[in-house]
Design a protein around this ligand. Structure first.
Ligand code: OGA
Ligand code: MN
Length: 294
C-alpha cells in the first residue's frame, strides 16, 4: 500500500494513509513519516486500532521515549505504564475521575496552549496520541503552527526576540488556573528550566516560536513585562490562520512535532463522558539553552 498525504490547512497538518502502525515500520516508512512531519508538523493517521505494545513499538522509531509525564502521580496511582502520558479522564479503576480528582486538576492545564515537556531540559520531539475512546461533542485537539507564526512577525520583533530565553515549569501553567498546591518534592521536580524563545528546526532550518503556557518569565526581564509580552506572542501565534482543529474519530493516531507547534484540548463533558487518550512522547536531541549555573 502506498503512502498518501492530504494537507488539512494552508500551513499545518496532513492526513496520512498507507501506513499500518500495528506492524514494524520499514526504514522507508520511518523516513516518509519524518519527512511529512518536517513539512506538516501534525499528522493524522486514521484507523489505527493499536494496543499499548504496538503504540510503544511505533513510537520507538522516532527517538528515546519520555517517561514520567504523569507528574504528581505516584506510580501506584497510575492506570498505564509510566512511558504513557495518560491523558484520559479515567482513574486507576477505569472510572471517570471525580470533579476534585488530582489527576483531573492537572489535566485541565491541557486546555491551555502548550508544547509537551518544554519544562524539561531536553524537551520533547514528537508526541503520539492514540484515540481509544473519543468524544462526539467537544474534546477537539487544536494545533498551532509556530513556524508560520514566526514568519508572520515583523522584522523588529524578530530581531528583538532572536536571543531571548524563557523559563518553563508546570508550576506556571498550573498556577494560571489557580492550581497551586504542590508538595515540597513536586516543587523540586518542577524547578524551572530554560528554553530559547526562537528555535531553528535541525532538518528544515526553519525558525519557530517556542511558546507554551509553561512559560513563567523571560530571563533578565521583569516578570510582569515578560508575561504581558508572552501573552501577546501566544495570541499572535494562535490566530485561526495558523491553527488546525482536530475532531477525533476512534482509532485516530495523531502525531505532532513539539519543536514547531503548540496544542490544546477543548472542553467537553468530562464528568460524564469517557475520553481515553494515550500519549507516547519522544525526546529531542539536546537542550535549547544553557541552564543557569547551580
Ligand atoms: C497531550 C495533550 C490533548 C488532548 O496529550 O499532550 O495535551 O486532546 N492532549 O487530550
Ligand atoms: Mn499536551
Amino acid at each position: 500500500m502506498s503512502i498518501e498525504l492530504q494537507p488539512l490547512t494552508r500551513h499545518i497538518g496532513a492526513r496520512m494513509t498507507g501506513v499500518d502502525a500495528r506492524k514494524p515500520l520499514t526504514p522507508a516508512e520511518v523516513a516518509a513519516i519524518e519527512a511529512a512531519m518536517d513539512r506538516y508538523a501534525v499528522l493524522v493517521l486514521p484507523g489505527q486500532d493499536i494496543t499499548d505494545e504496538q503504540q510503544l513499538a511505533f513510537s520507538h522509531n522516532f527517538g528515546p521515549l519520555e517517561e514520567g509525564a504523569n507528574s504528581g502521580a505516584r506510580d501506584a496511582e497510575l492506570r498505564l505504564p509510566v512511558v504513557f502520558a495518560d491523558v484520559s479522564n479515567l482513574d486507576k479503576e477505569g472510572r471517570v475521575t471525580a470533579r476534585d480528582n488530582k489527576k483531573r486538576m492537572a489535566g485541565l492545564a491541557n486546555r491551555l496552549w502548550h508544547t509537551d515537556a518544554s519544562f524539561r531540559v531536553v524537551p520533547a520531539r514528537y508526541s503520539i496520541l492514540s484515540g481509544r475512546v473519543v468524544t462526539t461533542e467537544g474534546g477537539n485537539t487544536e494545533f498551532a503552527d509556530m513556524r508560520a507564526a514566526y514568519d508572520a512577525l515583523d522584522t523588529r520583533t524578530k530581531t528583538e526576540i532572536e536571543d531571548l530565553v524563557c523559563e518553563h515549569s508546570l508550576i506556571y501553567s498550573r498556577g494560571q488556573l489557580g492550581f497551586t498546591e504542590f508538595l515540597p518534592d513536586e516543587r523540586v521536580a518542577m524547578k524551572p528550566v530554560r528554553q530559547r524563545l526562537v528555535r531553528t528546526h535541525p532538518v528544515t532550518g526553519r525558525k519557530s516560536l517556542f511558546l507554551a503556557s509553561h512559560i513563567g518569565t523571560i530571563v533578565g526581564w521583569p516578570q510582569p513585562e515578560a508575561m504581558a509580552f508572552i501573552r501577546d506572542l501566544i495570541e499572535h501565534a494562535t490566530q485561526s490562520e495558523f491553527v488546525y482543529s482536530h475532531r477525533w474519530t476512534q482509532f485516530d493516531l495523531v502525531m505532532w512535532d513539539n519543536r514547531t507547534t503548540m496544542h490544546r484540548v477543548r472542553r467537553f463533558d468530562d464528568l460524564n463522558v469517557v475520553r481515553d487518550m494515550r500519549r507516547t512522547t519522544t525526546r529531542s536531541d539536546s537542550p535549547t539553552a544553557d541552564q543557569e549555573a547551580a
